[in-house]
Design a protein around this ligand. Structure first.
Ligand code: GDP
Ligand code: GDP
Length: 437
């Protein structure tokens, strides 16, 4: 689980400009899926070899006067709850406002470090306005200009210096990490309770990693794994749960800390936009996926036909990624609970699949010969050799070709589908790269 940096502050101080600056370097690389609203507010960044996530919580604020201050208050509370480092952005051109004072009052009670970012310091003289921000009671203001980029490198140094340890510095890398995610009321706490039950002997809590995340080591029934236990599962209703952004941020933390996500859907509700947003976060982070259709006990007609229809509906909503297990379960009656763990373990194994180069070439080259990539401008495209990259998060393959730029997405999908037919890669994303031979 990487560190989370939250950007807060009243409107127009430059939060989204700063967000773009902090995340820009990675945005081109991260597998972006257009269309989900979350993309604008959640991004990845890297500095001095440390990866971290940035959230512009302000992006969620509804801009209507009467609920305005309340929204900002919630946004700040959320950051206090979730972030490892909070960037409190203020505007040197405007100085301190009432709203700044209100935000500061909440932030002074935060446990996480707060950095006052005095933005819009576009020139040297504007620095002389900064001492006014001492009255916020949060220490030294840090002058930057999000627009010109001045001061942002030093700000990054400061942010990184305040980070907590990463889970990877503490946990055993050989043991899979599972996260239970889903929208509020899908049954996340119930299934975690069903796994763990009253039997406290089978779990060990491992604290001390990034803020508010606790890994639970589970060892029973032949299973040995970490469960990412976020605050979202443990303490409820600190902030209004039906705010979508709240549950999404909770999910981000759990997803990042996991290898395989157990996505809970509510059988009585089907797939809704919030489920899709969480799914796209799982995809974007390249995590393994097991879908649980929970509350199956409440569905009267459990016929094979109804199951099939349900399954197809789920897969079509998640397309083009369709190769993942779907389990009809009940956290309440514990029906198929162990099956969920079994599938999560299978997906973890698929995620770590290694296919020997010889087998890759034996199986795939004849297929490619029979169905070659379409020629481009009269030029024939030849794929000559395939190999798997070592030490990647998910199975990643390089296809060496004479004219890699002409191999298009549909053909890559064709290759991926064929690989999924030949090897069991259910539940894991796969990367396919075409490179120059
Ligand atoms: P947000 O509402 O806090 O997310 O603020 P925005 O990032 O949307 O910025 C509000 C306005 O301030 C925009 O017109 C930005 O171009 C401008 N702005 C942001 N950063 C700077 C800066 O460093 N200097 C100046 N002069 N303007 C800035
Ligand atoms: P969370 O918000 O995702 O953690 O959801 P909870 O685990 O708190 O469950 C929300 C509500 O759904 C509670 O009232 C649970 O008792 C109920 N619930 C959870 N799983 C099931 C299930 O499999 N069947 C039924 N009938 N109710 C369930």
């Amino acid at each position: 689980m990487s560190n989370l940096v939250a950007i807060v502050g009243r409107p127009n101080v430059g939060k989204s400009t700063l967000f773009n600056r902090l995340t820009k370097s990675r945005r081109a690389i991260v597998n972006e899926e257009a269309g989900t609203t979350r993309d604008r507010q959640y991004g990845k960044s890297e500095w001095q070899g440390r990866e971290f996530s940035v959230v512009d919580t302000g992006g969620w604020v509804v801009n209507s006067d009467d609920i305005f201050e309340e929204e900002i208050r919630k946004q700040v509370l959320l950051a206090v709850d979730e972030a490892d480092v909070i960037l409190f952005v203020v505007d040197v051109m405007n100085g301190v406002t009432d709203l700044d004072m209100q935000v500061a009052a909440i932030l002074r009670r935060a446990n996480s470090p707060v950095i006052i970012v005095a933005n819009k310091t576009d020139n040297h003289d504007l620095q002389y306005n900064a001492p006014e921000f001492y009255k916020l009671g949060l220490g030294d203001p840090y002058c930057i200009s999000a627009i010109t980029g001045s001061g942002t490198g030093d700000l990054m140094d400061l942010i990184v210096s305040k980070f907590k340890k990463e889970a990877s510095e503490i946990l055993d890398d050989e043991i899979p990490r599972f996260a239970v995610v889903g929208r509020p009321n899908a049954g996340k706490s119930s299934i975690v309770n069903a796994f763990i039950g009253e039997d406290r002997n089978i779990v060990t809590e491992i604290a001390g990693t990034t803020r508010d995340s606790i890994y639970t080591r589970y060892n029973k029934f032949g299973f040995d794994f970490y469960l990412v236990d976020t605050a979202g599962i443990r303490k409820k209703n600190k902030v209004n749960e039906d705010l979508e952004y709240y549950s999404v941020i909770r999910s981000i933390r759990a997803i990042e800390g996991s290898d395989v996500c157990i996505l809970m859907l509510d059988a009585t509700r089907g797939v809704e936009s919030q489920d899709l947003n969480i799914f796209s976060l799982i995809q974007k982070n390249q995590k393994g996926l097991v879908v649980v259709i929970n509350k199956w006990d409440l569905v009267e007609d459990k016929s094979v036909k109804v199951q099939k229809t349900f399954e197809e509906a789920v897969r079509s909503r998640f397309a083009p990624f369709v190769d993942f297990p779907i389990i009809f379960a009940s956290a309440l009656t514990k029906q198929r609970i162990l099956k969920v763990l079994e599938e999560a373990r299978n997906v973890y194994e698929h995620r770590t699949t290694k296919i020997p180069t010889a087998r890759l070439n034996e199986e795939m080259l004849p297929l490619i010969e029979a169905y070659p990539p379409p020629s481009n401008k009269g030029k024939y495209i030849k794929i000559k050799y395939i190999t798997q990259l070592p030490n990647t998060q998910v199975p990643s393959f390089v296809y060496f070709a004479n004219l890699p730029q002409y191999v298009k997405e549909p053909y890559k999908r064709f290759l991926e589908n064929k690989m999924r037919e030949k090897w069991n890669l259910t539940g894991t994303p796969v990367n396919i790269y075409i490179r120059q031979k």
